[in-house]
Structure formats: structure tokens, C-alpha cells
Write a protein that binds this ligand. Structure first.
Ligand code: GDP
Length: 365
């Protein structure tokens, strides 16, 4: 029987015969399997990237973001071979709390810088993306005009790992983008503290987007972030908000006077603008161009890039040591027990750490 459910045994249950399905509309359509994405060799990746092939670039960035050791091995080689072609861009960090107008602004900033030619990559660092499994920062759908611009490349934040790991991947992506001829790089982040430090460690200019608030707008801003900013711009200076934005700008200017002049010798500028209505955009970018000319003339540009390179060497060492330690099998089996002993007061934290480290080092011998 076609439908055993219709047997006498099962009362109250009848299953109707299905209707015959029509054949496919186009009999000539071959139902093919989706071809597997071809894997490139290191040489092919580098060649494609240097030629500016965005498909190859995207695939290489995916390798950079992958946690698989075999992907990482290729990625590291591709990065190393791309390095000689990198370094020649304006790297600009853009930060602001959610709702500050980052996506609206990046869209207009992007179009503005592309007017003069060149290519723009928009990357992101979003420390929350680890939990939410995927980031909205740097998402194409948020930047309507830029996302369809032929000279732009938009990539959301890498999502796996610690903030340090996410930041490293973005930094490595910068190198690949530069090798692919992107001469302007925006790195977007949310204004939550630590992620700003990460972005600051990989850009030449750090732009902080603020809003005019209720009069105590300075309260919420951590001192460290203001000190990091090379420019502070107050968004939504339009309509009835213009005066408030101007007032906020003067508060920021006064607050900045309290900080010592930074190493760059550049005093942060404070400006108002409207991303939505496109007011004051040119002035902001003239200021940023002025900054680049200033720090290139006084040597700070080189100095900051060198300091960043040094910082990333140590960050990279730290990350690898940490990974090696926590992925070590001996450590993995001991860790929970030692943690328990510390919590029970049977071991001090220092003794527990020493025992774990000794065990780790003895596995290396
Ligand atoms: P993000 O979360 O920082 O990326 O902010 P969005 O760019 O998504 O902007 C948040 C909201 O503010 C949106 O509703 C925008 O339309 C609005 N907005 C952005 N820029 C301006 C502006 O210059 N003026 C006004 N009035 N609204 C703006």
C-alpha cells in the first residue's frame, strides 16, 4: 500500500494521494551542482590582489579571517608577499556611538574622497560581533551609495575571537587592500572604549563623531578617547540643531585645551557638520588633508607608522603565545582543576599560574 497510514489499524487518519508534479518549465535547464570555489595558490592570490581583482581580494580576506591553521598559513604568506605593495594609503579611523551617524557619514565622506579619484576600502572593528555572530559595522546595506560605487570595497568586522584577534585581522586586511590599490582606508568602530584603542593603533588619523546632547555631552566621553582623536566632528548640525551643535563644539574646544599638545604637534580640530544634508563635508576633509601634510612634514607620520609596526609585532607575539598555551593539550586538561583549586582556596593564583606555566614549558622540551 502506498500509504500505510490509511490501514484499518489507524482510525481517524486518512492521507490523500498527492497530485502529480509538473515537469520543470525549461526542459533544457541542466540541474548542475554549484561548482566548488577554486582554491588559489599563494602566487595566484598575490597576483590577483596586486592586479586589483576584488574577487581574489575578498577570498584572501576570508582566509585572513579563518581560524583554520591551513588557511592561516596561506594567509600569512599572502600578507608577507603583499607587504611590499602596501603602506601607501591614508588610513582613517572613524568612531562614534550607535546612532551618531557613522554609516550616513561614511557614505558621504566616501563619495567625497572618491571624487578626486582613487579607491576606498571600508573595514570595521566591532568587539560585540563575537557575541552577536556577525557584525553590522561596515555592512554594505548601511552605506547605500558607497556600496554600489565601483571604486569601493566594504567589508564588515571579522567576528571570531578576542578584540585583539579581531583587530589583527582588520590590520592584515588593510595590508591586502593597500596592495590591491586601495589608497584610502576607513576603519569604522563603535564608541565603546577598547575598540578605539585598537583602531587608533592602525590608522594615521582618528576621527571622532559626536552629537550635541543636552549640555553635558562631555560627561559620557572617556578622557582617553578624546585624547586619541585627531579631529572631533559634531554631526546633525542641521535644522533647529545648528546652535546646539555649535555650543557642543565650543565645549569640546575648551575641554581640549586642558590636554597637553600631543606628540604629533597637531591640535585636534573641532567642527560641526551634517552627514544627512551634506553640509560641512568638504571642510572636514580639507582639515584631514591638512593634517596629513602637517605630519608628513614634521616626520610624525613615519614615526606613528613605525610605532604601530612595533606594537603589532608585540601584539602578534602575545596572541600566538596565548593561543599556543591555551591550545596545548596538557594545559587544556589541567586548567579547570587548577581554577577549581584557586576558587577553593587550596592554591594561590600565583602558584596555580606557575604550575600551569611549568607544565606548559615542560611540554615544549
Ligand atoms: P550609526 O549607527 O552611527 O551608523 O548611525 P546612522 O548613520 O545609522 O544614523 C542614525 C540616525 O541618524 C539615522 O536615522 C540617520 O538618518 C540619522 N542621521 C544621520 N546623520 C544625520 C544628520 O546629519 N542629520 C540628521 N538630522 N540626522 C542624521
Amino acid at each position: 500500500m502506498e500509504h500505510p497510514e490509511n490501514s484499518e489499524m489507524y482510525k481517524g487518519l486518512t492521507v490523500n494521494k498527492g497530485i502529480e508534479q509538473p515537469s520543470i518549465v525549461n526542459p533544457y535547464l541542466k540541474l548542475r551542482k554549484k561548482p566548488r570555489r577554486r582554491e588559489f595558490s599563494v602566487g595566484e592570490y598575490v597576483e590577483g590582489i596586486v592586479k586589483g581583482d576584488v574577487t581574489v581580494l575578498s577570498q584572501a580576506v576570508t582566509l585572513v579571517e579563518s581560524v583554520k591553521p591551513e588557511h592561516q598559513a596561506i594567509a600569512q604568506e599572502v600578507i608577507e608577499k603583499s607587504l611590499p605593495y602596501s603602506g601607501k594609503s591614508m588610513r582613517i579611523g572613524i568612531s562614534g556611538v550607535p546612532g551618531a551617524g557613522k554609516s550616513t557619514s561614511i557614505d558621504v565622506f566616501g563619495l567625497h574622497v572618491l571624487e578626486k579619484g582613487g579607491k576606498l576600502a571600508v573595514l570595521a572593528i566591532d568587539p560585540s560581533s563575537e557575541r552577536s555572530k556577525g557584525s553590522i559595522l561596515g555592512d554594505k546595506t548601511r552605506m547605500e551609495k558607497l556600496s554600489v560605487h565601483p571604486k569601493s570595497f566594504i567589508r564588515p568586522s571579522p567576528s571570531a575571537g578576542s578584540l585583539g584577534g579581531v583587530a589583527r585581522k582588520t590590520r592584515e586586511t588593510i595590508i591586502l587592500c593597500e596592495a590591491a590599490g586601495f589608497d584610502k582606508i576607513f576603519v569604522e568602530t563603535v564608541g565603546v572604549g577598547q575598540s578605539e584603542t585598537a583602531v587608533h593603533s592602525m590608522v594615521d588619523f582618528f576621527l571622532l563623531i559626536q552629537l550635541a546632547g543636552t549640555g553635558d555631552e562631555l560627561q559620557g566621553i572617556k578622557r582617553g578617547i578624546m585624547e586619541m582623536a585627531d579631529g572631533i566632528v559634531i554631526n546633525k548640525a542641521d535644522g533647529s540643531n545648528i546652535e546646539k551643535a555649535k555650543l557642543a563644539a565650543s565645549h569640546f574646544r575648551n575641554a581640549l585645551h586642558l590636554f597637553p599638545v600631543p606628540d604629533s604637534g597637531w591640535t585636534s580640530k573641532v567642527m560641526t557638520y551634517s552627514g544627512f544634508y551634506g553640509i560641512g563635508i568638504k571642510e572636514i576633509w580639507d582639515m584631514i588633508d591638512e593634517y596629513f601634510a602637517f605630519v608628513k612634514a614634521n616626520g610624525y607620520f613615519e614615526y606613528r607608522r613605525n610605532e604601530q609596526a612595533k606594537y603589532w609585532m608585540y601584539e602578534s607575539i602575545n596572541e600566538h603565545l596565548r593561543d599556543s598555551f591555551y591550545n596545548n593539550e596538557t594545559i587544556a586538561t589541567m586548567l579547570a582543576a587548577k581554577e577549581e583549586e584557586v576558587l577553593n582556596g587550596r592554591l594561590t593564583s600565583f602558584v596555580a599560574a606557575k604550575k600551569l606555566l611549568d607544565a606548559y614549558f615542560s611540554t615544549l622540551k
